[in-house]
Design a protein around this ligand. Structure first.
Ligand code: ADP
Length: 151
């Protein structure tokens, strides 16, 4: 069974995340969107809210599950029996960062493979960071959010 973990903060989920997951659905038997919880990091939205949004967006995708975890992503993947990690690449800085992390994860995760999907041009400008700034500034973030999410 081909099982992949799509890890992230999803603070909040954006249309860019949704596009990556939907494009990966035909590639895996199961995709677990996993929210990494770092107790020393401050999030804009509580974990329960982020989980609820992910579940709503993917309620009609039976192979997509939602979970959360603490600790190393590579250990989480091993614990749940996932041999693949899914990540999205928007630009060269994503690539530089992700390249190192995937090489480390291959060692820490004992051969864990990372699969990268390049962002489609219509989503490559979208990030949760920008969306949070728009929300904090009382702007309209809806062009960057899946239609199921109203903030
Ligand atoms: P992290 O804090 O681990 O970067 P994010 O929630 O910001 O978590 O992102 C999770 C994954 O989604 C990462 O692989 C990131 O590169 C990818 N991603 C985020 N936004 C986009 C986008 N607009 N297009 C494609 N991939 C994206």
């Amino acid at each position: 069974m081909k099982k992949a973990v799509f890890p992230g903060s999803f603070d909040p989920i954006t249309s860019g995340h949704v596009d990556i997951v939907k494009r990966a659905v035909p590639l895996f038997d199961e995709i677990i969107i996993a929210i990494g919880v770092n107790t020393s990091k401050k999030y804009l939205f509580p974990l329960d809210q982020r989980i609820a949004w992910l579940e709503k967006v993917f309620e009609n995708e039976p192979s997509v599950k939602v979970d959360s975890y603490e600790g190393l992503t590579a250990h989480y993947c091993k614990n749940i029996g996932a041999n693949y990690m899914l990540r999205g690449l928007r630009n060269a800085s994503d690539f530089d960062y992700e390249k190192t992390i995937s090489q480390l994860n291959s060692i820490v995760g004992d051969g864990l493979e990372t699969l990268f999907l390049i962002s489609r041009p219509s989503f490559s400008h979208i990030s949760s960071t920008i969306v949070r700034e728009i929300i904090k500034g009382k702007g309209d973030a809806s062009p960057f959010l899946p239609p199921e999410i109203k903030i």
